[in-house]
Ligand binder design. Structure first.
Ligand SMILES: Nc1ncnc2c1ncn2[C@@H]1O[C@H](COP(=O)(O)OP(=O)(O)OP(=O)(O)O)[C@@H](O)[C@H]1O
Length: 684
């Protein structure tokens, strides 16, 4: 979990929570060899609350020209001679390309020197060019991260792991091959990719090797467990997932390769390379993200095919990653029955080269015909459940009404002052985040520390104050969630907020942004007409952001002042009708009127653009875990609502689940066990 600070500097929020920044094993983070790269950093990183506007590619080019630094324009980076390469190293290199070993990310300005492995922010680079009182002026780089526990662990595991064909028992080798689907993968392919097997953990081990294949930077363990007819796979990385930047297969790539296929898993890369001979690389965290730190390694390719997996989520991830890589050089393999993931295709005897040839260009012109869309429409029709989005674990009734959480939508959420909006939306977002939805929070009203505390309590489903001995265990697992916070507090300009969101989408592949709440971007306009116009503009900006970035935005808006004894309705949202018109979903947290006991609330879905189902269901607040769960004994019941103005009829339902009619207004309640994270699961 990162806090976005100035220029994208990340700081662990645990620093704020615990008063210092400690790694998972109690070592100060600086001693944990998360990233094996050398860090080039100024002495003290400014932790300003006011973010600086992100740099643009034009500004980077202008700066380089103004300082007479030659550069080449690449797909996602600019290449320049590296000021971090010593004269001696340069002498060893041949040709202009080799000396242009500094890659500057065109979107963020972050740099990586491929020769010295120095890296840093755009500000760091400028400081080094201008010789502003730090290491670079004296030509000194910070050294390699000191040896510590992680690297010893990596070495120990690696030394104990052996190639599959060296297993003493043939039955054990055969079982491992069956469990991992490797019956058609040759020993030669496993040898080339240096895959080993760790007997005590019954896991395959994929190494993270330095370019050149010499040093060992980390590794990934893949274990398989049989559950009835199904096999469940678990991945564990060292170092932790957030800094595991292994492009698996990189040492096998030659400088002359101009095409590559990116896969979501290591074994798919292996299968594909074995059967087609094309260069392949596996992304470190599959469809979860494409960290910009990997982009320099992909600059040399004129064509990149993304074949990430066999579901709609892989397809969506491929489209998003193609944007980062420059869509003009990307093609995508569409998941389908005859186009499963590569390992499965090999096992089923399909022709992998033919599948690769069917890859579709990622580049769309502004105007398309149905011919170009028909495959995409078919994909949605044949994967109706996946097209409906990610389902909540904790809110089954929300699934029944909204069907799921989809990319690119705008959800407007309102409720009376102090009714628990932040508390509810925190759990709603956390639920998705624990399922791998990369989430960015903009909490303008309550501090990130307080918000993180609420979330951590909801995550642990209990008061941590009373079990501080468990704090580290929960905090470690919470830390591995793809959860990020903006550091804004109080009034902010919409431009700054949107810029930060844009940056986070690029760097962390954010798919869900929560803004709590819109009133903090409205400035200080006194006249109500100005305020309404300002709100309309802001809602429009979030709508556009959601669509343009395929990112879901959940926007909390205060209601207008109304009589205390009236229910809120869509029209109660502050401002003009713009917010509800632009929104795909409108959610209202209702208190009091529909409620009998203290702490009880109802959640009303009053707009659902996806399939029209609207309705209301009860929520019960649990004060110790700060969670909203449905009372276990309440029976399903239906409440029909005539229109926005309130409930008119109540009648018991047959209790059938899932039979929600189109455009119906339903009120559901059902036995519900709150989501329990499985502490035995490795966090990913
Ligand atoms: N259903 C509930 N019953 C009782 N207390 C609740 C309930 N929901 C939340 N709370 C508590 O009420 C307080 C305010 O909750 P929260 O900040 O989520 O409300 P809010 O609607 O976001 O407030 P605001 O209108 O100021 O933005 C918190 O201390 C929270 O723990």
């Amino acid at each position: 979990m990162w806090v976005l600070l100035r220029g994208g500097y990340p700081l662990r929020i645990l620093l704020l929570l615990r008063g210092e920044w400690m790694g998972r094993r109690g070592l100060p983070r600086s001693l944990v060899p998360g990233s094996p790269r050398r860090r080039y950093r100024k002495e003290a990183l400014p932790a300003l609350e006011v973010p600086v506007l992100p740099v643009t590619a034009t500004e980077i080019r202008q700066y380089l020209r103004a300082h007479a630094i030659p550069f080449q324009d690449g797909h996602s980076c600019l290449r320049a001679p590296s000021p971090f390469v010593k004269a001696l190293q340069l002498k060893d290199q041949t040709g202009a390309t080799a000396s242009f070993s500094l890659f500057i990310d065109k979107t963020t300005g972050r740099f990586l020197c491929m020769t010295s492995l120095a890296e840093g922010s755009w500000e760091d680079f400028q400081a080094s060019v201008e010789g502003r009182g730090d290491g670079a002026r004296e030509g000194v780089l910070l050294g390699e991260a000191p040896e510590a526990e992680d690297s010893e662990e990596v070495r120990r595991i690696w030394d104990r792991a052996i190639p599959l064909w060296e297993l003493p028992e043939p039955e054990e080798a055969q079982l491992a091959r069956v469990m991992f689907g490797l019956t058609k993968v040759t020993d030669d392919a496993l040898r080339r990719f240096s895959v080993r097997y760790l007997r005590p953990a019954r896991s395959l081990v994929f190494p993270w090797l330095s370019p050149g294949g010499l040093g060992l930077r980390g590794l990934k363990l893949l274990s398989a467990e049989g559950h009835g007819d199904e096999v469940h796979y678990k991945e564990t990385t060292i170092p932790r997932p957030g800094v595991y930047h292994n492009l698996f297969g990189l040492p096998l790539i030659s400088r002359r390769d101009v095409e590559v296929v990116l896969t979501g898993r290591e074994l798919d890369s292996l299968a594909l390379n074995q059967s087609t001979g094309v260069p392949t690389l596996a992304l470190p965290r599959g469809t979860a993200c494409l960290p910009p730190a990997l982009l320099p390694y992909l600059e040399q390719f004129r064509r990149i095919v993304l074949w990430l997996g066999d579901d709609l989520r892989s397809w969506e991830a491929a489209k998003l990653f193609a944007r980062k890589l420059n869509p003009k050089r990307c093609s995508l393999v569409r998941p389908g029955d005859q186009q499963p993931r590569a390992l499965e295709a090999l096992n089923r005897g399909l022709n992998l080269s033919r599948i690769l040839r069917t890859a579709l260009p990622a580049w769309h012109k502004s105007i398309v015909s149905f011919r170009q869309l028909r495959e995409e429409v078919l994909g949605e029709l044949s994967n109706v459940e996946q097209a409906a989005g990610i389902r909540w674990n904790r809110f089954p009734d929300l699934n029944r009404l909204l069907k799921g959480h989809r990319k690119g939508e705008l959800t407007v959420f309102t409720g009376p002052t102090g009714s628990g909006k932040t508390t509810f939306i925190s759990e709603y977002a956390l639920d998705l985040c624990t399922q791998g939805v990369n989430t960015l929070w903009g909490s303008f009203e309550i501090s990130n520390v307080r918000l993180a505390r609420v979330m951590l309590t909801q995550f642990a489903i209990g008061r941590l104050e009373e079990q501080l001995d468990k704090y580290d265990e929960w905090a470690d697992r919470f830390e591995d969630l793809p959860l990020y916070f903006m550091t804004f507090h109080g009034q902010q300009s919409i431009r700054t907020v949107i810029d930060t969101m844009q940056h986070a989408v690029y760097v962390y592949d954010i798919c869900h942004v929560v803004i709590d709440n819109l009133q903090f971007m409205m400035g200080h306009e006194q006249l109500s007409t100005d305020r309404i116009a300002a709100q309309d503009y802001i809602v429009g900006a979030f709508r556009k952001f959601a669509t343009d970035n395929s990112c879901h935005v959940t926007l909390v808006i205060h209601p207008r002042k109304e009589d205390d004894d009236k229910e809120l309705q869509t029209a109660s949202i502050f401002g003009s009708a713009k917010a509800s018109q632009e929104a795909d979903n409108v959610l209202i947290l209702q208190d009091r009127k529909l409620v009998t006991g203290p702490g009880k609330r109802y959640l009303q879905v009053s707009k659902n653009r996806f399939d029209g189902d609207v309705g209301v269901f009860p929520l019960e607040f649990n004060k110790s875990s700060l969670t909203f769960s449905i009372p276990p004994k309440s029976k399903a019941r239906l409440k029909k609502v005539k229109d926005d103005n309130g409930l008119v009829t109540k009648k018991p339902s047959s209790g059938k689940k899932g039979a929600v009619p189109q455009n119906s207004e339903t009120c559901l309640g059902q036995a519900h066990r709150p989501y329990q994270p499985d502490p035995s699961k490795p966090s990913r």
